[in-house]
Design a protein. Structure first.
Length: 228
């Protein structure tokens, strides 16, 4: 009697396994080299099995971007848990620290959404913009709360030009209930936190500044003190 064929081991949650393998592939070779067939080989499954979940590479990349933004947004929201609503300094500081911590913990995810574009890939805005906006919402809301309380020192800002005012008003049409100065400062806060995070992840800070967390901590405190 011939032996029975050995059944292939079933992967309990194949969709998650595909994503995790994709992240590992990105970590090793970069997002531009992402390959569904290579993922299939790694998981010891057929390529059509992946196509049931992701019809092509771009669909997988989009799913990874959505997951990354969702994770970042959750981390931002969670950082405010148990902090008093009227302690604006603590809330803005917590958001900055949580942003950096997420970036250095998940550098591949961070670089996928903020790093070099993948050749040939165009993110579907109707899918990615809402989750990207959600990731920024806790910061906008924290700044708006400070503005409403009269604690946000908007008088330190340069005069708002008509052109920039028009662009900010266009942004507000996306359903963002924030004063234009609070909205503008969300970009200012984010750009400074983002800039240091990118330098740290890319190892672009001077070698003597090995403890980059110290640099970041001072910048967060400086930034918050400028506008509160």
């Amino acid at each position: 009697m011939s032996p029975r064929p050995i059944k292939k081991k079933q992967i309990p949650n194949l969709q998650d396994a595909i994503k995790e393998t994709a992240w590992a592939q990105i970590a090793e070779s970069g997002a531009a080299s992402l390959s569904l067939r290579a993922i299939a080989r790694e998981l010891k499954i057929t390529a059509p099995a992946i196509y049931n979940y992701f019809p092509d590479r771009d669909a997988l990349v989009t799913a990874l971007i959505v997951d990354a933004y969702t994770s970042l947004g959750d981390t931002q929201a969670d950082s405010l848990t148990d902090l008093p609503a009227d302690n604006h300094t603590a809330r803005l500081t917590a958001l900055g620290r949580a942003y950096r911590e997420w970036a250095v913990t998940y550098p591949q995810r961070y670089l996928l959404i903020f790093g070099t574009p993948i050749p040939g890939y165009h993110a579907p805005e109707d899918v990615t913009v809402p989750v990207a906006s959600r990731a920024l919402t806790p910061l906008i809301e924290a700044l708006q709360a400070a503005f409403d309380a009269g604690a946000l020192r908007v008088e330190r800002l340069a005069k708002l030009t008509p052109k920039l005012k028009s662009m900010l008003n266009e942004w507000k049409k996306m359903g963002i209930g924030a004063d234009l100065d609070a909205l503008y400062l969300s970009i200012t806060f984010w750009s400074r936190v983002h800039g240091l995070s990118m330098l740290e992840i890319g190892n672009h800070l001077p070698p003597s500044l090995a403890n980059s967390a110290e640099v970041f901590e001072r910048e967060i405190k400086t930034l918050v003190s400028q506008y509160l």
